[in-house]
Ligand binder design. Structure first.
Ligand SMILES: Nc1ncnc2c1ncn2[C@@H]1O[C@H](COP(=O)(O)OP(=O)(O)OP(=O)(O)O)[C@@H](O)[C@H]1O
Length: 605
């Protein structure tokens, strides 16, 4: 079948977001030209006072200069406010813009076993950088030549002192970077790894508390952070030494500028007023250079954050379609599916093929670790197949746009996985849903009444901070979530694992009704009652489908024996005749012959 799926464009979302920030940045930089000029108001005012008012004793000149200076300072204050607000707005926008992509990327990485929330912290770091002083003072560097020009205009000696001082400060900033870069990066990586391990462990806090595992965990965390602390200390030692040196240099510059100024005044080469004005302007001209050194940690953090964000965002669900597809009929084709987990050297699925017609309900049985849950995850496209494909209505489920795919698919994982929120939020898949649609899904899962008995009905909070549902209640609620919104495909991974007799009965009815509504169903189950409402049952062992039996045959075998005997059941059923079971030779199965299995099961349309 065809695969006309369009791929995601390769442009980096970070570059795209920064590109869209550029006009705002440019406006802020232009405004900062005027605020930089505004910074000259006080020194020029002082110079005029010394050189004109003190010598002429003219109070009217003083008054005029004061009015002009105050007017200029007012304008400066307004422009400075606008400039800072632009940076703050840009930082907020950037955070929102990147947040969506970062969450998507974090989900994609977590699915590949690389869990972590560092991406969100990195966005926060970039926001602080842009919205705070670090980025703004760096952009003010652009206008430093203006100050240098004024100093050269006063006297070339002032200009030379300022430019030479700026060069020394730049060298110090570069030395700080070179001396601390490696250890800083290593510190970041070591701290990140230690914190992620601890956060991962804290998700299982009940186990930790019940079995007194807090101490060993703390020791592991301390051992992991020890290395990070050692590296951080080395980096801090160098940065502190260079910081002390740069403070010494800054004070020496002030003294040097003053000494040069006084010698010029003594030689009558410059006015006394220019001496004071120049010392203030030198300080202003060098301020952005000094900020680079004092804000270096923020700079380093922002550089590290953008590097990690770039890598994270490049990694988000690469190659998935951006185009929405219409509601599928529910033709499910598993085509020579192979799956080798990341880092593993052995395939969990070794060429699984199966065809499921629209509205058909298939059971999957097989012993533990035969690959059933892995198959379920591949059916809903959360993992990328190593080979082969799963197609729904001819389109690869892994490449399918996730939001669009989710609207047509219901998935009940083995771990249930309810999220923090209300019962209503969970059924509605955390979206803003029509109450009628929520109630319909609950009724289809036969839990509408059960929800009525919760403290706040559909508004009952569940999850870590809310009402604690029983295992069976959680499973039934997760079934309602899977049934929400008329799914075309329903994938249920052991939906009966925690249910009592009433729950099992409700599940059987819910699955049977979904089938009648035309939903294609794949259910991993060993429950004989549930098997009987399905159309066929695939028997899995060691990553392959050994054969397909009728539900009656599978249920009969399973009700008398443990699930591990499913293969024997399949083989015995094959001996029963009726062509219901296909026991393919191993080599044939590994090569993958989907149609053989499907045809033999009598399900190919
Ligand atoms: N991400 C992974 N990395 C390494 N091995 C994995 C990974 N996921 C699954 N496996 C391995 O694949 C095999 C099949 O696992 P799977 O969960 O699919 O089995 P199952 O048939 O659903 O078992 P059960 O009935 O016990 O749930 C197991 O041996 C498991 O250890």
């Amino acid at each position: 079948m065809s695969q006309p799926t369009s791929a995601v464009p390769a442009a980096s979302p970070l570059d795209e977001a920064l590109r869209r920030c550029a006009p705002g940045m440019a406006l802020a930089v232009v405004i900062s030209l005027f605020t930089s000029i505004g910074l000259l108001i006080v020194p020029l005012y002082m110079m005029q006072i010394y050189d004109r008012v003190l010598s002429s004793h003219s109070l009217s000149t003083l008054m005029a200069l004061t009015v002009v200076a105050l007017g200029g300072l007012t304008l400066y204050a307004v422009l400075d406010y606008c400039r800072i607000r632009i940076y703050q707005k840009l930082a907020t926008w950037l955070g929102q813009r990147l947040g969506l992509d970062a969450i998507e990327a974090i989900i994609a990485q977590t699915l590949r076993g690389k869990a972590g929330t560092q991406g969100l912290r990195d966005i926060q770091e970039l926001k602080l950088f842009i919205g705070g002083n670090a980025a703004t003072s760096a952009l003010e560097l652009l206008w430093s030549p203006l100050f240098f020009a004024v100093l050269f205009a006063f006297h070339p000696a002032y200009g030379v002192v300022a430019v030479a001082s700026a060069a020394v400060l730049v060298v110090l900033a570069l030395a700080t970077e070179l001396a601390t870069r490696r250890s800083r990066r290593d510190t970041e990586a070591a701290t990140l790894a230690a914190n992620e391990e601890l956060l991962g462990a804290l998700r299982h806090v009940e186990v930790i508390d019940a079995m007194g595992m807090a101490q060993p965990l703390t020791r592991r965390w301390l051992a992991a952070t020890d290395e990070a602390n050692r590296l951080a200390d080395a980096s801090l030692r160098r940065a502190t030494a260079l910081g002390a040196l740069s403070r010494l240099v800054r004070m020496a510059i002030q003294i040097g500028a003053m000494a040069v100024g006084v010698s010029l005044v003594v030689d009558n080469a410059a006015s006394p007023g220019s001496l004071f004005a120049a010392s203030i302007i030198v300080a202003r001209a060098l301020a952005p250079f000094e900020h680079i050194i004092s804000d270096w940690r923020r700079w380093a953090a922002a550089l590290g954050a953008q590097r990690r964000l770039r890598a994270l965002l490049a990694d988000r669900g690469a190659g998935r379609s951006t185009m929405e597809l219409p509601r599928p009929e529910g033709i499910l084709e598993i085509d020579r599916l192979v799956y080798v987990p990341p880092g593993a050297n052995r395939a969990v699925l070794k060429g699984v093929s199966l065809f499921v017609a629209p509205g058909e309900a298939v059971g999957i049985v097989g012993p533990s670790a035969s690959g059933k849950s892995t198959l379920a995850r591949l059916l809903v496209g959360v993992w990328q197949p190593t080979g082969g494909a799963v197609r729904l209505d001819g389109h690869d489920v892994y490449l399918w746009n996730r939001e669009n795919f989710g609207a047509h698919v219901g998935y009940l994982p083995q771990s249930v996985s309810l999220l923090d929120g209300t019962v209503r939020d969970n059924i509605a898949r955390m979206g803003e849903a029509d109450p009628l649609a929520v109630v319909t899904a609950a009724k289809r899962a036969h839990i509408h009444e059960m929800i009525g008995h919760l403290p706040h009905g559909y508004d009952s909070e569940i999850g870590s901070a809310g009402y604690t549902l029983s295992g069976g209640q959680r499973q039934r609620l997760a079934l309602a979530r899977a049934l929400f919104g008329e799914p075309s495909l329903l994938v249920l991974d052991e939906p009966d694992a925690n249910l009592d007799a009433a729950g099992e009965e409700a599940l059987v009815r819910a699955v049977s009704e979904a089938k009648q509504r035309g939903c294609t169903i794949v259910a991993i189950t060993h429950h004989p009652r549930l098997l009987t409402v399905l159309d066929k049952v695939a028997v899995m062992r060691d990553g392959i489908i050994e054969g397909v039996v009728t539900p009656t045959q599978a249920a009969a075998r399973l009700s008398g024996r443990p699930p591990e005997t499913a293969r024997d059941g399949a083989r015995e059923a094959a001996k029963d005749g009726a062509g219901a079971v296909v026991a393919l030779p191993a080599a044939e199965k590994a090569a993958g012959e989907p149609k053989l299995v499907a045809r033999a099961a009598g399900s190919t349309p």
